[in-house]
Design a protein around this ligand. Sequence first.
Ligand code: 5AD
Ligand code: SF4
Length: 436
Amino acid sequence: MSDPRKLFVRTYGCQMNVYDSERMAAALAPEGYETVETPEDADLILLNTCHIREKAAEKVYSELGRLKPLREAKPDLKIGVAGCVAQAEGEEIRRRQPMVDFVVGPQTYHRLPKLVRDGGVDIDFPEEDKFDHLPKDKRAARAPAAFLTVQEGCDKLCAFCVVPYTRGAEVSRPAQRLVDEAKALADRGVREITLLGQNVNAYLGEGPDGDWTLARLVRELAKIEGLARIRYTTSHPNDMSEDLIAAHGEEPKLMPYLHLPVQSGSDRILKAMNRKHTRDEYFRLIERIRSARPDIAMSGDFIVGFPGETEADFEDTLDLCRQVRYAACYSFKYSPRPGTPAAGAADMVAPDVAQERLVRLQALLTEHQRDFQASMVGKRMDVLIEKAGREAGQMVGKSPWLQAVHLQADPSDVGRIVEVEITGAMPNSLAGRRVG
Ligand code: 5AD
Ligand code: SF4
């Protein structure tokens, strides 16, 4: 056999891109590619890109600029652009950066081997399912937590969002295949699965006995022995169905943490964003979820400075946060995205106003996050041991609420769920000691 060829993948954006990067590496393994940790070592560099905000998209072009000397020093180095910028910009990428050999969208990465060989641009939304054409990931030992894409695309058409254009309309994968894949993951030692979808709670997949909802899928996956924890992300409030809320109360393997972005606390802005619900409806939804599962922690996303947002609208957002008290949040300044309904809006918020609002919102969200972290001290909880920590003898695990937990444990404990008493809280992690 010839020497293995070296693949370097850089991933931007969401967890689905992290998952896709793994699948792309798997698609290239039969071609003799193995992954390396630095671009300098690679024969093939793949940038798996994100188009969600302008800054994210521009990163691709600066990264390509940085790779130029590498390519000049090594003429047979191949460079490909994958993901959502690839989907949105296609041929334009090669116009701006001719050294790019190929451009591949998220729906065609099963055709990667051919693109790597021949170059070109492939940003189809093909008839065939890429997952049917990808080799199985055969690695024996893996991390105890894994992602599984169950749904892609979005039909919600929020006025700010590129996802319907980069990832297409909502498509759910067949339920039985997901059960089989989850079983295979569990057989290889995976204890925690995060079900991924751009609008995952709208999942409606063909099942052996009619269509399955996300709630049904979760309940069936929970029957897999060895699999101890199930999560899902990202969800739209309007797709939090009764059966899914009930599953949170009834299915102990479903973790008490829910990412449920609302984007704004102002009814006027929610309407302009085409979110299709009011702030009151969101409050009532959260009440129902919390009464099903009282210890559930919420996280969210916010956009400040959406066109037309006034100081009063923004204060409604702060007020919503004070009422919900999120455990964690992501917040962004509005970034007009080409092709989206809001992009041409005349009533743009001045950049310095948006910046000032972002700072205020983040200060409040950070305060709530700190309170949430602090509330863990003294608690006992199950922690899934995931990997070695920075210090000797230290391991890092994950709490039910998605927090990193540092504790003394042995590398052989990876994959174990142990009882831990929390002894300290940092803004982004916890410290604990094993008990029992
Ligand atoms: N500008 C700023 N933030 C955005 N998001 C999505 N589109 C935009 C945009 N055009 C944010 C939303 C979404 C998260 C993934 O990114 O908050 O939930
Ligand atoms: Fe970025 Fe959205 Fe694409 Fe994920 S799906 S990589 S968040 S644009």
